[in-house]
Ligand binder design. Sequence first.
Ligand SMILES: Cc1ncc(C[n+]2csc(CCOP(=O)(O)OP(=O)(O)O)c2C)c(N)n1
Length: 542
Amino acid sequence: MTTSSHAFWSVLVSHGVDRVFQVPGESYIGLLDALADFPQVDLVTCRHEAGAGFMACADGRLTRRPGVVMVSRGPGASNASIAIHTAQQDAIALIMVVGQVPKKDLRREAFQEIDYRAMFGQMTKWVFEVTEPGQMAEVALKAMRMATQGTPGPVVISVPEDLQQQELASPGWQALAQDGLQPSAQAMSQVSSMLDRAERPLLIAGGAWDVPGGRTALQDFARSWQLPVCVSFRRHDIFPNSDPLFVGDLGLANPPAQMDLFRRSDLILALGTRLDDVTSQNYAFPSMPQPAQPVVHCYPDPRVVGLHVLADVGLACHPLGLVQALTPGRVRDVQGRQTWIRRLRQAHEAHAAWPQRQANDGVRFFEVVRRLKARAPTDLRVCLDAGTFAAPVYRHFGFDFPQRLMAPLSGAMGYGTPAAVATALREPDHPVVCMVGDGGFMMTGNEMILAVQRRLPIVFIVANNGSYGSIRIHQERAYSRHPGTDLFNPDFCTVAHGFGIPAERVSTEDDIDEALQRALTCDGPYLVEVMTSLQVTLPVEV
Ligand SMILES: Cc1ncc(C[n+]2csc(CCOP(=O)(O)OP(=O)(O)O)c2C)c(N)n1
């Protein structure tokens, strides 16, 4: 029998959806049952809706199709809301399907009822509640388009439980091809002459480059025009960090000397970035609304281009077409350009040099990161949770193609473990390392059971400093004491063993290399608990 739920899934499947993350609920067993007739869809059963949602976020980021998560009404949707927020902040296409109370009970404050338009309206691109079974295919198609077009983001589809298994004649909705917009010839010649005139250009590259061919097109463009490239917040893997043209990232802790230099640029090319809060140094770089230098802003969403910065050239299209049309370029004063690039690169290298500070209260976590870097496979996937342990990764690790960084722009704790699971499922041929603090690990670490069930060789590195360290640092700066941030932890190795995961504890820096070696060569998941110094923490990262 073809039902409304079959219609829904067949449209999603025809758009490439092949994996759904979920925690079951009685409110959507009709949708779940229909999914059993789509064996090409991998149904991943998770332990908490936050974990399921984070996995869908990571999957959406890797596939550039919407990640799909299915949750129950009320409590399930509430648990999953952190993933909706992360998908919005991280510009990730996400479809969350929620089982809803029966249609006749809508807006009666029925058991576990929530009005999702009110709840998620501000956090999503679209919320739709199905009221007729015949809408199911249409809503699936619209969800795909809404989630992926412009700035990618989350959509929520609420389906009353009694509308999920209604008989339908035929789904009848087919996938449509989508056109990408190209900049006009006039805009391209304007950008080309700005590039020609500039003596101190700076290219800020954002997440939109994470498309097939994007990274190499960006690198070709930068090389041919001799443009220094700085990546936006947590997008380190967009441009090879070892390329002499890479001059850093715009994050939470840029040193003043580096920012002074960036401000001296006489042309900013903001390509594929939203110029969000952190990238723009809290709406200060480029200065807003009137920048101090000419700005070209290109992003495939008209609602974003020119929103905060009055760009001289604002292009609501994907930057790929622009740079392909402008490559190869020709630079008049190659010598002058190189002096500028060298200065920027030196400022970056000074900031990114490995720290030398000593500690007597445990392992300096940057040493773990440094030793991991030294033996990191060239295609390593690094999945990070939020916390101060992650600061050395952002600042010092240095990503080169095809290595990847999976980190939440939203700063959501609990992202790391689920993201690692989703990454290992999606990219089984690449090694995956998850770094997570003792705080974040206790939020969603339970999802590592999937690594055992699916035999995913993920290396979990838990930075155990007995504290919600990032917040403690904030407290120490603002006040002289730190109530509420100490943690009482379980024995993480015993926890891992209980999950069926081999584990070891690293208590001195002499133990790091061998532990990493064992972890990286293990053919299944492995956990390394690092007794981490609290004294030696870097500037706060969340
Ligand atoms: C879900 C969520 N809750 C709270 C916070 C605020 N927060 C940011 S970092 C942090 C502490 C992280 O502690 P831990 O995981 O132990 O890592 P550490 O900072 O100690 O390295 C907290 C509570 C957050 N970002 N996300």
